[in-house]
Write a new protein. Structure first.
Length: 98
């Protein structure tokens, strides 16, 4: 195997790892949104639910890091959708108010 063949093999792997790191960075940024945003609206048990969900998604991202690193970029998207839907349900049906 020559050097050119090695570079072709490593590029998709490197791109997948870069996307995975981007996914983790976005997930950590959303962690602050989970706590700050939910803390303004949700009661304490709601904030605990958001933190547990964030940690579970972090563990999912860590699991995906070793098997399919490209999917780690989906973790912050899933987290944002969960946060948005949970706050909407809490505001609509559970009387969570600012």
């Amino acid at each position: 195997m020559n050097v050119a063949e090695t570079r072709d093999i490593d590029r998709p792997y490197l791109l997948a790892r870069v996307l995975a790191v981007l996914g983790f960075v976005l997930h950590f940024v959303l962690g602050f949104v989970f706590v700050a945003g939910a803390g303004q609206v949700a009661p304490p048990y709601g904030v605990v639910i958001f933190i547990v969900a964030w940690l579970a998604l972090l563990l999912l991202g860590i699991k995906w890091w070793s098997s399919v690193p490209r999917l780690v970029l989906l973790v912050p998207i899933i987290a944002f959708v969960f946060w948005f839907v949970a706050l909407w349900i809490g505001g609509s049906y559970l009387n969570w108010q600012v």
